[in-house]
Write a new protein. Structure first.
Lengths: 133, 133
DNA sequence: GCTATATACGACTAATATTATCGTATAATA
DNA sequence: TATTATACGATAATATTAGTCGTATATAGC
């Protein structure tokens, strides 16, 4: 429980690399997958998602690849997690209105307090805290 | 990601009930499962685990059941989560020394900082924050 | 223009983890 | 001794996550 997924791990490793190894230089999915032993197709998809959200920039063709396109200090971890995996919460009830427990659930309020605490914590952290420090 | 499991949810709902409905009175797994629409066998196992850890007390036989046996103010959420699901961390690397990435992993330090933040947060919360408030 | 290399992306399969059920044993009440 | 309850290991069902495959598109270099 309370685990980040490998997708998120891979994304962070890749972003850290892109951040630290000269912002100007392009780096391909293949290069990263070999260097960090990450399945290439999977990493490619992750990078595509990050590119779609303009966190990194992609260039097609030979000599193509990815590079950082946004200051990682400007992206907080809540946003990053939600880009990677959708709405973040330790339970789904806030987003999933189909929960058949909803009416009888007795722990929604306390759970939401925990949710908010976690959110607040991640709101205060930025990608740079992970990719640079 | 970062979700609590249903086992934990069920445990919290049951504990809240036991806590609020007269500490002295025994309550069976069946009663709770009917009231909160939780699969009986599953709930029973959860209660057995809590009983093994002396958070609740179990009594066998007809008229048997469970009741709170420890002040929920004395059990912090880190301990509770670890009773329910084992070691808590947003990644396994701290516990799983088999991670083949370990040597090359570049995000262990920042990830551990997040881990510690979450732990610290849950260390400060007690079961009573959920079962009573 | 052609070839090689790279991103883009949807569909699919495999692996793993979670959730739930079943069977059987034991204890205690009446 | 019949009934009701906990104890617990084994297994089945389901959901989630991880990884693969096929195809399309862009572009650099020859």
């Amino acid at each position: 429980m309370l685990k980040i997924t490998r997708k998120v791990e891979y994304a962070l490793i890749a972003l850290r690399h892109l951040q630290q190894n000269k912002q100007a230089k392009l780096c391909s999915a293949k290069t990263l997958s070999l260097k960090y032993d990450i399945p290439q197709e999977l990493l490619a998809k992750i990078l595509q998602k990050l590119s779609k959200e303009n966190i990194i920039l992609s260039v097609k063709g030979p000599k193509g690849g990815y590079k950082i396109s946004k200051d990682p200090n400007t992206i907080n971890m809540t946003k990053f997690f939600e880009i990677m995996e959708g709405p973040m919460g330790i339970v789904d009830c806030y987003f999933d209105s189909n929960c058949e427990q909803l009416s009888g659930c007795t722990i929604r309020e306390p759970i939401n307090r925990i949710n908010n605490s976690i959110r607040t914590m991640f709101d205060k952290m930025t990608l740079a805290d992970i990719t640079f420090k």
